[in-house]
Write a protein that binds this ligand. Structure first.
Ligand SMILES: Cc1cc2nc3c(=O)[nH]c(=O)nc-3n(C[C@H](O)[C@H](O)[C@H](O)COP(=O)(O)OP(=O)(O)OC[C@H]3O[C@@H](n4cnc5c(N)ncnc54)[C@H](O)[C@@H]3O)c2cc1C
Ligand code: FES
Length: 284
């Protein structure tokens, strides 16, 4: 069992967990992820390593509750154990000596963008963090991102906080205003990453994206996480999850992510029924 040392609610559906996993903490690098099973025999689910501390042995993950496994995890508290916690998996991000970077995060992608921004800043780059949310109450990690960047730009779709509009609007203004980026890192929903890549391609700016296809084993064995990059089939779990965004077939990724929607909804319903029968009440 991997003990939950600390749990913090970042917004109504996003929670941060610090988990005691010394061997993972010792080796973790920005861009890598873990695969966990909340309970014995449960589903495997991948989560990006948001932070790690080799001295205390803790690994931080930030989880958005979207379905059965993430909600099951949400029922666990400090002191509880997670059955399996495997990692670090995937390749660490290579920033290629960038001197002026924009790190763009959409929604929960901001949590994944946070260690990337911090790593670039610690490496001596000037970093603009541009993070977008649907509305004010969904904003997460604002203080942390402000510390991990030279300048922080927040956008909301409805204008309830920061600049009204999408992250791509803010990025376009900065690029056209002469920001002079030599690297853009974009992490978020596939459609957002696709739009960022279309923009940066026009301006000839190298762009790294972090892909989130369905993953099962996370070690290159099941083939489930295949993506097409530069016309070649790649496995996001071992060849990524970071790739050159200008080479990624986003339309295929979006189609593949939608393939299991009906099964995922049915699985959540079955779990809700099960919990209701056990506890005589509905879950969050
Ligand atoms: C490399 C990588 C890093 C990720 N990092 C984070 C993170 O830091 N925080 C976070 O909240 N989420 C992250 N995700 C997504 C997370 O794994 C899914 O949200 C989670 O598995 C959903 O499980 P569920 O049973 O709650 O939902 P389900 O109802 O099963 O699925 C809801 C949605 O989650 C996605 N999903 C479901 N199962 C998987 C799976 N096995 N692998 C990948 N995606 C899946 C699909 O898009 C699906 O439509 C990451 C995914 C990948 C591939
Ligand atoms: S998750 Fe199985 S090959 Fe990548």
């Amino acid at each position: 069992m991997y003990k939950i040392l600390r749990k913090r609610e970042l917004n109504a559906s996003v929670k941060l967990y610090e988990v005691l996993a010394p061997r993972v903490a010792k080796k973790a690098r920005p861009g890598q992820f873990i695969v966990l099973r909340a309970r014995d025999g449960g589903e495997r689910a991948p989560f990006t390593i948001a932070d790690s501390d080799a001295a205390s042995g803790s690994v931080t993950i930030i989880v958005q509750e979207v379905g059965k496994t993430t909600r099951l995890l949400g029922t666990l508290g400090e002191g509880d154990g997670i059955s399996d916690f495997v990692g670090p998996l995937g390749l660490p991000t290579h920033f290629g000596g960038a001197r002026k970077a924009a790190v763009v995060g959409g929604g929960l992608g901001s949590a994944i963008a946070y260690p990337q921004a911090r790593s670039l800043l610690e490496g001596g780059a000037e970093v603009d963090a541009i993070v977008g949310f649907r509305s004010r109450e969904l904003i997460i990690l604002e203080d942390e991102l402000a510390k991990a960047s030279t300048r922080l730009f927040v956008t909301t779709d409805d204008g309830s906080s920061g600049r009204k509009g999408f992250v791509t609007d803010a990025l376009r203004e900065l690029i056209e205003g002469g920001a002079g980026y030599d690297l853009v890192v974009a992490i978020g929903p596939p459609i957002m990453m696709k739009m960022v890549c279309e923009l940066t391609r026009r301006h000839g700016i190298k762009t790294i994206v972090s892909l989130n296809p369905i993953m099962i084993d996370g070690t290159g064995m099941c083939g489930c996480c295949r993506v097409t990059v530069g016309g070649q089939t790649r496995f996001a779990c071992i060849d990524g999850p970071d790739f050159d965004g200008h080479e990624v077939d986003f339309d295929e990724l979006i189609r593949r992510l939608a393939m299991y929607r009906a099964d995922e909804a049915a699985s959540l319903e079955r779990w809700r029924d099960h919990v209701c029968r056990l506890e005589g009440g509905a879950i969050g």
